[in-house]
Design a protein around this ligand. Structure first.
Ligand code: ARG
Length: 459
């Protein structure tokens, strides 16, 4: 038989495959709390506006609260024939309270209902992510602090470039994460308007009060245009865009953890708690959590693409295509929550190996730039000439199989006679790092100050 919610004009029921393609209950049941929250706010407003009677409002409220309890207790029976969470809840409400249930949908459509539910859901997802990101920030700061002066090679092109400190490197991610938090907060602020009351698309002739429902649901104000309210999903897109950038940041850190724990680096060690073994090679310790953070970034980026492509050709206002907004958003949210928590766990778990980092600074003539800079500062050479001279000294060091700072002064002077013992000192990695005191630079003192400022601002 036909659907009880909209079956009036139908003689026959839907084909089995129609029901299957149409039903969203298998995933949109995740909106149950928001759906009930929205309905409670709507019903209370209908009562206050004299649109439905007080007794009916009270019955609706009690019924909705009972349904919330049933869903949370796992005793609620979801039905695919009832399509979605909205109609599952309303049908059960009718079972519980009878005829007054039919008054809940006055001055409302599933179009503004789902827009409201989903906004509330995305807003909550952002709040959850914000809490996780704050925790990750704390974990990164706690690891950075004792390593503000731990010297490691900095890379460009994954080739040894200049010495930096491990604390400075971690603080780069702290900054990225704060911009992610900022983007999510921006998206949250912009999305925090109330679609409820737009009804199907054109508004309603009932004397509703959209400010009331906005206030009850924690929205800043009603959305200004009813067509816009039911037909845009830009709030989900913004959330997924910010989430995708976050996922990319997490993925890059994850990739670095994979590198750092690899045999070629050995900069950090993950404990047994964050390592996995191999079913064939007994000696293995694999950084699976980091690889999964890297891997799951694809899902989040994919969710953004799915939603963008789903929306791009839709005429105003609502189209059923938009029901496809939920699964990718849910999945991306689950992945992000998992990745943020796993990353905080790994950061708290890892043991850096300063000796291994120090050994790595011996390769790659990391302080060549310091010598070139010194030639400019002490001898007044143009930088290009200093670069050329230093390059010749690097070649000499390579020919002798030595690090730049192990060349005797005489060898340096064979290329540039004016090099003094004082100038030679710039070649030590400690001096190099200590000299980088420019704002945002890697000098340990500067890094310590950056960490203190970050603690005050970000936690
Ligand atoms: N299940 C639908 C969705 O998720 C709810 C809105 C349905 N509206 C409609 N006019 N069929 O988008």
């Amino acid at each position: 038989d036909s659907n009880r919610m909209w079956g009036g004009r139908f003689a026959g029921g839907p084909a089995e495959i129609m029901e299957r393609i149409n039903a969203s209950i298998d995933f949109d049941r995740r909106l149950y709390a928001e759906d009930i929250e929205g309905s409670l706010a709507h019903a209370a407003m209908l009562v206050r506006q004299g649109i439905i009677r007080q007794e009916d409002g009270a019955a609706i409220k009690a019924g909705l609260e009972q349904i919330r309890g049933e869903i949370e207790a796992g005793t609620f029976t979801f039905s695919r024939a009832l399509e979605d969470i909205h109609m599952n809840v309303e049908a059960r409400l009718k079972e519980i309270i009878g005829a007054p249930a039919g008054r809940l949908h006055t001055a409302r459509s599933r179009n503004d209902q789902v827009a409201t539910d989903f906004r509330l859901w995305v807003r909550r997802a952002i709040d959850g992510l914000e809490a996780g990101l704050k925790d990750l920030t704390a974990a990164l700061l706690d690891l950075a602090e004792p390593h503000a002066g731990t010297i490691m090679p900095g890379y460009t092109h994954l080739q040894p470039a200049q010495p930096v400190t491990f604390g400075h490197h971690l603080m780069a991610y702290v900054e990225m994460i704060q911009r992610d938090r900022g983007r999510l907060a921006d998206a949250r602020r912009r999305m925090n308007e109330n679609p409820l009351g737009a009804a199907a698309l054109a508004g309603t002739s009932f004397p509703i009060d959209r400010d009331q429902t906005a206030k009850a649901l924690g929205f800043d104000r009603p959305m200004a245009n009813s067509l816009d309210a039911v037909s845009d999903r830009d709030y989900a897109l913004e959330y997924l865009a910010a989430g995708s950038i976050l996922a990319v940041h997490l993925s890059r850190l994850a990739e670095e953890i994979v590198l750092w724990t690899s045999d070629g680096f050995r900069f950090v060690r993950l404990s047994d708690a964050f390592s996995t073994g191999s079913s064939i090679m007994p000696q293995k310790r694999n950084p699976d959590a980091a690889e999964l953070v890297r891997g799951k970034a694809g899902r989040v980026i994919g969710a953004l693409q799915s939603l963008l492509i789903m929306m791009k050709g839709l005429p105003l206002t609502y189209g059923k295509d938009m029901q496809e907004d939920k699964e990718p958003t849910f999945e991306a949210t689950d992945s992000l929550a998992l990745c943020v928590a796993a990353m905080a766990g790994m950061v708290r778990d890892m043991t850096p190996d300063p000796a291994a980092m120090a050994r790595a600074t011996k390769n790659g003539h990391l302080t060549a730039t310091d010598l070139a800079d010194g030639l400019v500062r002490v001898l007044g050479l143009p930088f290009r000439e200093a670069h050329e001279i230093t390059g010749r000294i690097v070649r000499l060091a390579d020919e002798q199989g030595k690090a730049l700072w192990d060349l005797p002064l005489k060898a340096l002077q064979s290329v540039e006679p004016r090099i003094t013992p004082e100038l030679q000192k710039v070649l030590s990695v400690e001096n190099s790092v200590a000299s980088r005191t420019s704002v945002g630079g890697t000098a340990p003192e500067t890094v310590r100050r950056a960490i203190a400022q970050a603690r005050a601002r970000y936690l």
